[in-house]
Write a protein that binds this ligand. Structure first.
Ligand SMILES: NC(=O)c1ccc[n+]([C@@H]2O[C@H](COP(=O)([O-])OP(=O)(O)OC[C@H]3O[C@@H](n4cnc5c(N)ncnc54)[C@H](O)[C@@H]3O)[C@@H](O)[C@H]2O)c1
Ligand SMILES: [Zn+2]
Length: 361
């Protein structure tokens, strides 16, 4: 078992990573909760695959269990599904000492996490992420949210769980496109913080080896994210580095109405585009973009998009991460080292068109 302590003073908790931990989830939850009741918030796909096994283990540990499930996918991350979840929590008679458990990818994690953050002004939460993306990214860091018709993650909160249980074996049922989707974020962690992780990913020869190394990759990624979150829980500084590739990535996702690219595919395009430009302008060590793109291609991730740059820039302008006229662009100095560049949005446009010269403004 690998354990990562996330140190956030009174909100500190452990991320436990272990193959087969699902079968012992009840027991592990007992170590952190004296709850009588536990509500499992999940989606229909994951529920059908793993709901019974989880419930059994929780019952053995003495929890009364209610399962709350909704259709899989981003279209469920809404206020109306959240409303239904609140209704079920109330109907189950959950009190503030009871436990919410999310079982699923980022959608049940974000929505269930937000329900836990707000129901009765907050009830304890255990996250059991089941997609690769959720295991290395969304279940760590305490951001929980639902979408509005006007945009993604517009209603949310920071809410740290009491524990995160990660079972790498669950990835065996995940469709390969979703595995690669998460891999884009793993590549991102390597790019911004760890050449060691980047090289670990580079050494993977085939799918079988990828599955064998998942536990290690998950550990490395969670460690990087946990350390960043400890230093910047509320996303005011260092945490922005996690947005590497995301400004243009979000734009590419949005350009195709979220129907063409997964999030990771958008991020892969964004990381490639920015790194090509920063390298051309002498801000990044030569050869970095090619090395990055070779790795992304290995995981069947796109590195270019047919969406016109002008349209992507227009969409990026609407990105909620933009504050006023300024934007913090994350660029790589080299693999394993990122740095923020604060610039006016107009300069970002110039930068991406190759009209800006060394040193920024
Ligand atoms: N909170 C954060 O910090 C954060 C970070 C990144 C992404 N997110 C959010 O995460 C969401 C995307 O995450 P996601 O890709 O996990 O979405 P998801 O929850 O929709 O999962 C993707 C698909 O995989 C299926 N699935 C999940 N685990 C499975 C398994 N083990 N076997 C078979 N199928 C499985 C799901 O049913 C779903 O169809 C977005 O809503 C995004 O905004 C949040
Ligand atoms: Zn991301």
């Amino acid at each position: 078992m690998k354990k990562i302590r996330v140190n956030l003073r009174k909100y500190s908790y452990d991320i436990q990573i272990e193959r087969g931990i699902l079968e012992q989830a009840g027991e592990r939850m007992r170590q952190i909760s004296g709850a009588e009741k536990a509500a499992v918030i999940t989606d229909d796909t994951v529920n059908a695959l793993y709901g019974d096994r989880l419930e059994e283990s929780m019952k053995e540990a003495g929890f009364a269990v209610r399962r709350i499930s909704f259709p899989a996918g981003e279209t469920s991350k809404t206020l109306s599904v959240l409303d239904r979840v609140y209704g079920e929590l109330a109907d189950f008679g959950m009190t503030r000492s009871d436990l919410a458990v999310t079982l699923g990818g980022g959608v049940p994690g974000d929505l269930g996490g937000f329900a836990a953050a707000t129901y009765l002004r907050g009830i304890p939460l255990v996250q059991i992420p089941t997609s690769f993306l959720a295991q290395i990214d969304s279940s760590v860091g305490g951001k929980v949210a639902v979408d509005l018709p006007m945009g993604k993650n517009l209603v949310g909160s920071f809410y740290q769980p009491a524990g995160v249980l990660i079972d790498p074996d669950l990835i065996s049922s995940l469709p390969v496109r979703y595995l690669h989707d998460g891999m884009a974020e793993a590549v991102k962690y390597g790019c911004i913080k760890s050449i060691r992780l980047f090289e670990l990913l580079e050494r993977i020869q085939d799918r079988e080896e990828m599955h064998r190394k998942l536990e290690q990759i998950i550990y490395e990624c969670c460690m990087i994210k946990a350390r960043i979150v400890e230093r910047d829980e509320y996303d005011l500084g260092e945490r922005m580095q996690l947005n590497f590739g995301h400004t243009l990535g979000h734009a590419a996702e949005a350009f195709f109405h979220y129907e063409t690219y997964t999030h990771g595919e958008g991020v892969a395009v964004g990381m490639s585009m920015v790194t090509e430009m920063s390298e051309k302008q002498g801000l990044t060590k030569p050869g970095t973009a090619a090395r990055l793109e070779t790795l992304l291609k290995k995981f069947e991730l796109p590195i270019h998009t047919e969406a016109p740059l002008e349209d992507l820039l227009a969409l990026a302008e609407h990105d909620k991460k933009k504050r006023g006229d300024d934007l913090t662009l994350i660029i790589l100095s080299c693999i394993g080292e990122a740095r923020p560049m604060r610039m006016h949005f107009a300069d970002f446009q110039k930068f991406m068109k190759g009209e800006m010269h060394e040193g920024g403004h």
